[in-house]
Design a protein around this ligand. Structure first.
Ligand code: SAH
Length: 356
């Protein structure tokens, strides 16, 4: 079976023509799938009956099955999705006033082993393919559509390191941004990396999307400890790659900085951060640590967070403190994959793929 989900309209048309199907069918099918969330060829009423049956034998429109959906008291939704080989991944939908942001996973687990992140405990499973990445978006859009809402933003900040799966991530982004497919704006897609330096330039060459860099420390000594990838790609090389990243006019890079009590949240850290970012068009997202049982790191007090942020702001660095969303359902940054609910508990939250 081939997957419709990995094809841009142009590619899908070529593939159908090669099979002897009229090219314009591609657009019809993708409109059903991406525009209306219809997965069954049988329901695509403007196709002939023979064609509907025929397509179903060769093409699949699904890559993931929804296993659990958890809704946080703040409206954040965590979707637990199962792949064909029974791995589980998570995607998180974060509603804000005028935004609906989906945080997608790019790998099963993660190989980077950042010391404060729950996903690291899972170890690395495998790369997701483009169909599995796109299907996270389709699942979320489908749920939003039922309420008359639309997905507006996608961030690659779920499980995994997207730049270690660049080919499939780029392919998924092409489908997400194609006007004839998911039609999301490139400016509303953010790829976040822990700093796979050579791939930053590569990403910039392949697609125009926003870049976020998970910094978390201002010295190599500390960053080696928090983000072991830093031993291969130290801070100076990372910041150099950031300076060279092709930024559209008026756009900015984002730097994520998880604040850990007594580890990286001092005034001296803030001042070093200001220096490091000098000359970059950048903003800082400070994320007070989401604690988890397997780690002894703690979240700083609101006072310390405030002091860190205001030191940056006073020096002219744009900073926002990311409010933790969905931490009651382990959907917040760094909590994905933290607990695998028992199947019985899972069934209590979902029926027919809808929330009770
Ligand atoms: N591997 C990519 C994509 C994951 S993004 C990257 O590192 O950028 C997930 C973000 O949440 C990263 O910035 C990560 O460092 C941050 N994070 C991980 N664990 C966290 C925790 N316990 N509390 C707050 N943020 C955390």
């Amino acid at each position: 079976m081939r997957s419709v989900l990995t094809h841009t309209p142009e590619e899908f048309r070529d593939a159908l023509v090669e099979e002897g199907v009229e090219g314009f069918r591609a657009q019809q099918i993708l409109r059903w799938l991406h525009g209306r969330g219809v997965r069954e060829f049988a329901e695509m009423s403007d196709l002939s009956r023979e064609l509907r049956a025929d397509l179903g034998n060769r093409w699949s429109t699904r890559a993931l099955e929804l296993r659990e959906a958890h809704v946080s008291s703040d409206g954040t939704e965590k979707l637990v999705l199962q792949t064909g080989d029974r791995s589980r991944i998570e995607a998180v939908m974060i509603p804000e006033q005028d935004r609906r942001t989906l945080c997608v996973s790019s790998q099963v687990g993660c190989s980077l082993d950042c010391s404060f992140c729950a996903t690291a405990r899972l170890g690395f499973g495998r790369n997701l393919d483009a169909a599995e990445i796109v299907d996270q978006v389709l699942h979320a859009s489908g749920r939003l559509r039922e309420r008359g809402e639309r997905l507006t933003h996608v961030v690659f900040m779920g499980m995994g390191e997207p730049l270690l799966n660049l080919r499939e991530v780029v392919r998924a982004i092409r489908v997400m941004t194609d006007p004839g497919a998911l039609a999301l704006s490139r400016r509303r897609i953010t790829v976040s990396t822990a700093g796979v330096v050579p791939r930053i330039a590569e990403l910039g060459r392949q697609v125009r999307v926003r870049l976020a860099v998970s910094l978390h420390a201002t010295t190599d000594e500390l960053r080696n400890e928090l983000v072991p990838l830093n031993r291969r790609f130290p801070l100076a090389s990372l910041l150099q790659a950031c300076r060279e990243f092709p930024l559209p006019p008026r756009d900015r890079l984002s730097f994520e900085y998880t604040l850990i009590d007594g580890v990286n949240d001092s005034e001296a850290d803030a001042r070093r951060l200001v220096k490091l970012l000098h000359g970059l068009r950048a903003k800082v997202n400070a994320i007070p640590l989401n604690e988890h049982p397997a780690s002894s790191y703690r979240r700083p007090s609101p006072d310390r967070v405030e002091r860190f942020a205001s030191t940056l702001a006073r020096s002219g660095v744009t900073v926002s403190v990311r409010r933790s969303r969905g931490d009651d359902i382990l959907a917040a940054c760094g909590q994905l994959g933290a607990v695998r609910a028992a199947p019985a508990a899972a069934d209590a939250t979902v029926s027919d793929g809808r929330l009770r």
